[in-house]
Design a protein around this ligand. Structure first.
Ligand SMILES: Nc1ncnc2c1ncn2[C@@H]1O[C@H](COP(=O)(O)OP(=O)(O)O)[C@@H](O)[C@H]1O
Ligand SMILES: CC(=O)N[C@@H](CCC(=O)OP(=O)(O)O)C(=O)O
Length: 307
């Protein structure tokens, strides 16, 4: 009698699965115990299936022995809520002009809606995710940010420039096996109010402060385009110095992302990657296979292969 495990059909389906698992072994070994900060952009949260796949990937990383920290955005969601409240959305230097009334909406949408939804999706897999904002346990402290446009410093309201990160609460959650989900709102070092911080900037600052191995930024394009918007040729790899030269040419949402990547790799993070959040399971493909896509930024001194 033939053993079921030996039937041709069984061999046919089981072997490719085993090969896929074995292919992941070097990456599992390399990343075990490492902290990965994942920025999930508002524009990448476009449909329910993608959000569910994102949650699966993050839980997979946790179960594979990595320490994922999620920092989420919510730009489009904030714009929709402001619109509903009859408040205008205006961006200057890539940042939302945030009046005190707009700040209430930003806080409500990020901490009360987007973060809650992600925590809920992650916790469908177990009691893992804990949501916090930069206000909690003084995780992110900021002062008023005054960007310079055409040589002039401008006032864009309650937008924060990060002055300090306290990683204590996040480290405690990681040590307890939890997945922190952080909203990019900072406590003010100057008054009792709070500040709106760009989520890419917050993710990069947290990655550096946590000594993360990887910063992964999920967005709604394939990576950094060489000649945007004229071509969709993706730059696959950049050193910190090469990126620094490109920064002045970058516009809109890409500027804070790439500034964040530069900050991260200049402050101890081994790689910073911008990847396409519209591709299901893009996190797993990036971490555990050689199918990595998107743009990878590495520190200047890196000569060896980093995948
Ligand atoms: N060089 C570039 N390469 C790719 N995208 C760019 C570039 N410059 C600007 N962009 C714009 O940046 C957007 C991503 O930033 P953003 O809208 O803030 O997304 P997120 O919500 O993920 O943070 C892209 O959809 C694209 O419109
Ligand atoms: C100061 C500032 O611009 N804050 C952002 C915070 C959310 C964010 O960054 O969301 P995305 O990652 O989806 O763009 C905003 O108000 O839209």
């Amino acid at each position: 009698m033939t053993d079921a495990a030996d039937t041709p059909t069984r061999r046919h389906t089981a072997l490719p699965k085993a090969q896929t698992l074995i292919e992941a072994l070097p990456w599992l070994t390399r990343h075990h115990g490492k902290t990965v900060v994942i920025k999930f952009g508002g524009n990448a949260m476009i449909d329910d299936e993608l959000k569910a796949a994102f949650a699966q990937d993050v839980v997979f990383l946790r179960q594979a022995g990595l320490k994922p920290v999620v920092v989420h955005g919510g730009g489009p969601q904030i714009s929709a809520a402001l619109d509903q409240a009859g408040l205008v959305s205006e961006f200057k230097a890539g940042l939302r002009v945030t009046t005190p009334e707009a700040m209430d909406v930003v806080r409500m949408v990020l901490a009360g809606q987007v973060q809650r939804e992600l925590v809920g999706l992650l916790n469908q897999h177990g009691p893992l995710a804990v949501g916090l904002t930069g206000e909690d346990a003084r995780t992110i402290t900021a002062t008023k940010h005054r960007p310079t446009i055409e040589g002039e410093r401008i006032d864009i309201g309650r937008v924060g420039e990060i002055t300090a990160i306290d990683t204590g609460a996040i480290q405690a959650l990681l040590n307890d096996g939890r997945i922190p989900v952080v909203s990019s709102i900072a406590r003010s070092q100057d008054d009792d109010h709070v500040y709106n911080v760009n989520a890419d900037t917050a993710a990069a600052a947290l990655a550096a402060a946590l000594g993360a191995e990887t910063l992964m930024v999920l967005t709604d394009v394939e990576g950094l385009y060489e000649d945007w918007p004229h071509s969709d040729e993706v730059i696959s790899r950049l050193t910190a110095s090469q990126l620094e030269k490109l920064l002045p040419e970058l516009s809109s949402g890409m500027a804070p992302k790439m500034e964040g990547c530069l900050h991260a790799v200049r402050n101890g993070v081994t790689t910073a990657r911008v990847i396409d959040g519209r591709v299901q399971h893009s996190i797993l493909l990036e971490i555990f296979t050689d199918e990595g896509i998107g743009t990878m930024v590495v520190p200047d001194a890196t000569t060896g292969e980093t995948t």
